[in-house]
Design a protein around this ligand. Structure first.
Ligand code: SF4
Length: 409
């Protein structure tokens, strides 16, 4: 490994980072193939795209500091017993790469994670040193730093002082799965670390008597959960997310559909879950956070605990709560409008504003951007009074059939 060039290390350690879902290109397909820092041509420069807290899409250098690891998490390609090629960046190498990519406008920030070398504290300190050095050199880009749950509180505090976002992976939806598949990890320890980050952030956000706030992970904390590596249902997954959002003030839970890795452990399923499962979980998560849906409402439309893969969770809920419809677009409150399939929160805001002036018809709603065809059976409007369409036995099928999917898209 001593002879490995920086370019080779970048190839290995950006590839190893692709299993993390926190960037949109986690599958590697959207990798930016530009090369940087005079490194010659590489298999991919490890640039991924992620959403900044203000909603902007930004480019990040996404790498592991090392893919060596003393832990043996069954679902991870970098686990101790895996037979992959290993590499390790020094602190200065990561600082150099990040600075060069940033200077050339290839990236707007750094996403840094790592396998665990020697000990959690040793590894965490190396990662913190990287970010501290970058900041000392005047680097003002965005930094998302993976945090090792059992690293000392002092190191986590240093991490939050220099990084924008901290994330601590919950790994799996249930503690018993963590015990089984990640024997060196502990669900309670992971949550304790999240609580520590929350306390530090809350106290930093509290203005002092001079009105000054300390800087601690201004973009908050997030986590990642692997879906489909154990037998947890979507209700288990969303239940865990709801608890984590509530207890630790997380900004995001990322769902990562388990993908069978080369050289996989025998305790894992042989097949990966459909990617649609991951997609439906993100949609349900969105409803929980922004559409005032309760967990029980979403899971009530998922009788076996798993979301309907054929229709999105909002439509699934509407189909199993037909007595709540049709909703009158000219009178219904905001909460009821948010539950109409095809109406996003922006459309609902526009409807609420516009109906103060006029009585709205379907064309008005179409002009505002509402997906009228999807909403048709569920609303009434000035010129639309459906009768009996909610009772149609084939209502769900109309949304599922390929030609109808096109119609309702
Ligand atoms: S701690 Fe577990 S998940 Fe993280 S790199 Fe090591 S084996 Fe992989």
């Amino acid at each position: 490994m001593g002879k490995m060039t920086l370019q080779q290390k970048l190839g290995i350690l950006s590839d190893a980072a692709k299993y993390d879902a926190s960037c949109s290109s986690s599958g590697g397909a959207k990798r930016d193939s530009r090369d940087g820092a005079g490194l010659g041509s590489t298999t991919g420069s490890g640039i991924c795209h992620a959403y900044a807290p203000d909603g902007r899409c930004i480019s990040l250098l996404k790498i592991l500091m090392t893919n060596q690891c003393i832990f043996d998490c069954a679902y991870c390609i970098n686990r101790r017993s895996s037979n992959v090629r290993r590499a390790r960046f020094t602190v200065d190498e990561v600082v150099h790469l990040t600075t060069e990519f940033y200077r050339r406008n290839y990236i707007e920030g750094l996403f840094l994670s790592s396998g665990i070398i020697r000990s959690s504290d040793y590894t965490m300190e190396q990662m913190v040193l990287i970010v501290e050095k970058l900041r000392a050199d005047g680097f003002r880009g965005y930094v998302h730093l993976k945090t090792i749950p059992d690293a000392s509180p002092e190191l986590i505090e240093r991490a939050g002082r220099c990084a924008d976002r901290l994330s601590i992976n919950i790994e799996l939806p249930q503690d018993r799965s963590i015990a089984e598949l990640a024997p060196e990890k502990d669900g309670a320890d992971i949550r304790k670390a999240m609580a520590g980050v929350r306390l530090l952030k809350d106290s930093a956000d509290e203005p002092t008597f001079r009105g000054r706030r300390d800087r601690f992970a201004p973009a908050g904390q997030s986590t990642q959960m692997i879906v489909g590596a154990d037998d947890s249902t979507d209700a288990d997954v969303l239940g865990q997310s709801t608890r984590l959002y509530g207890a630790y003030g997380l900004k995001r839970v990322y769902y990562s559909a388990f993908s069978p890795i080369p050289d996989a452990s025998a305790v894992l399923p042989l097949k990966d879950p459909p990617l649609m499962r991951e997609h439906r979980l993100y949609q349900a998560d969105w409803l929980l956070r922004y559409y005032e849906f309760g967990l029980d409402e979403i899971t009530s439309a998922a009788p076996d605990g798993n979301l309907d893969l054929d229709v999105d969770p909002k439509l699934a809920w509407a189909l199993s709560n037909r007595d709540r419809f049709p909703v009158d677009v000219n009178r219904a409150d905001r909460e009821a409008l948010l539950r109409v399939p095809g109406f996003g929160s922006k459309i609902v805001d526009r409807i609420v504003k516009a109906r103060r002036q006029v009585t709205l018809g379907l064309e008005d709603i179409r002009r505002m951007g509402g997906r009228v065809k999807a909403a048709l059976p569920f609303v009434t409007a000035r010129d639309h009074h459906p009768s009996g369409s909610l009772d149609a036995v084939d209502l769900r099928a109309r949304y599922v059939k390929p030609k109808q999917m096109e119609l309702f898209a």
